[in-house]
Design a protein around this ligand. Structure first.
Ligand SMILES: Nc1ncnc2c1ncn2[C@@H]1O[C@H](COP(=O)(O)OP(=O)(O)OP(=O)(O)O)[C@@H](O)[C@H]1O
Ligand SMILES: [Mg+2]
Length: 255
């Protein structure tokens, strides 16, 4: 469904991504986990065709992100780090506008509007101006704009960032409820977020993949490195893997 191969991104002389490769299967929720500056947003901006990679390829439903960029865009719903909202518009007006820009009209447009209103829990603020709704509802409106055209692939950059605990639970439930029919990649630097949502996790740091697998597979990797705790949290896994990686780099340096 999504196939990323040797994706590399240089910003001038700075290497933001260095040969990243991973795949996401249909119907899977993949968590892209990494600290600030790891390269999560860069991966997402390349996949959504907003950035050209320096080298490497990515295919979404067998369509190339560079050669078939227009087709790729049609199939993707994207929630960037900051939701692209027009604060002077009402929620309904805004979503109608996005739907028209996506080429929807007539009955289909009405039907999709009704669907996102319910699915994203926007009914209470439907006629409200975006400038006056809470951050949680703004994020829901952001999710709604990404879903309006019923894309198969959903790319969410830190979907719960800056929300309060109740709002986080609401957004997580919403994402989970979508996952049966969509393929989802979301990014986070919060370990619990990846634990709560992802079927599989790709951990990146400084532009390279540190590890990938299910939570259990990642825990097994850390155990092999000598960690003895019986119940490993993702945090233990993350710290274990990063330590192992920097030790390897040091050992190589000493040779
Ligand atoms: N336009 C740019 N020009 C130069 N450097 C950039 C640019 N965009 C990103 N970078 C750098 O590339 C690296 C990866 O950035 P990116 O935004 O992808 O990280 P991230 O994992 O999304 O971080 P965060 O968790 O803070 O959102 C960072 O060091 C960042 O400073
Ligand atoms: Mg980011």
């Amino acid at each position: 469904m999504i196939d990323i191969k040797d994706l590399t991104m240089h910003y001038g002389s700075f290497v933001a991504l260095d040969r990243i490769s991973f795949q996401v299967q249909e119907g899977e929720i993949l968590g892209l986990l990494g600290p600030n500056g790891a390269g999560k947003t860069t991966v997402m901006r390349i996949l959504t065709t907003y950035l050209y990679p320096t080298s490497g390829t990515a295919k979404i439903q067998n369509l190339d992100i560079i050669q078939d960029a227009t087709e790729v865009r049609k199939r993707i719903g994207y929630l960037p780090e900051t939701a692209p909202l027009y604060s002077e518009m009402q929620v309904e007006e805004y979503l109608k506008f996005v739907a028209s820009a996506r080429g929807l009209n007539g009955k289909t447009l009405e039907q999709r509007l009704g669907w996102v209103k319910n699915a994203c829990g926007l009914r209470p603020v439907w006629k409200h101006s975006i400038s006056e709704i809470s951050k949680g509802y703004r994020q829901r409106a952001g999710l709604a704009q990404a879903l309006i055209h019923n894309p198969k692939v959903f790319i969410l950059d830190e979907p719960t960032s800056g929300l309060d605990p109740l709002q986080i639970i609401g957004i997580r439930q919403l994402i989970k409820s979508l996952s049966r029919e969509k393929t989802i990649i979301f990014s986070t630097h919060i370990l619990q977020e990846a634990e709560a949502l992802a079927d599989r996790i790709v951990i990146i740091n400084e532009g390279t993949i540190v590890a990938q697998g299910t939570q259990k597979e990642l825990a097994d990797q850390v155990r092999k490195m000598g960690e003895t705790k019986s119940e490993l949290s993702l945090e233990d896994i993350f710290i274990g893997l990063l330590k192992a990686k920097s030790k390897k780099a040091k050992d190589l340096g000493q040779r």
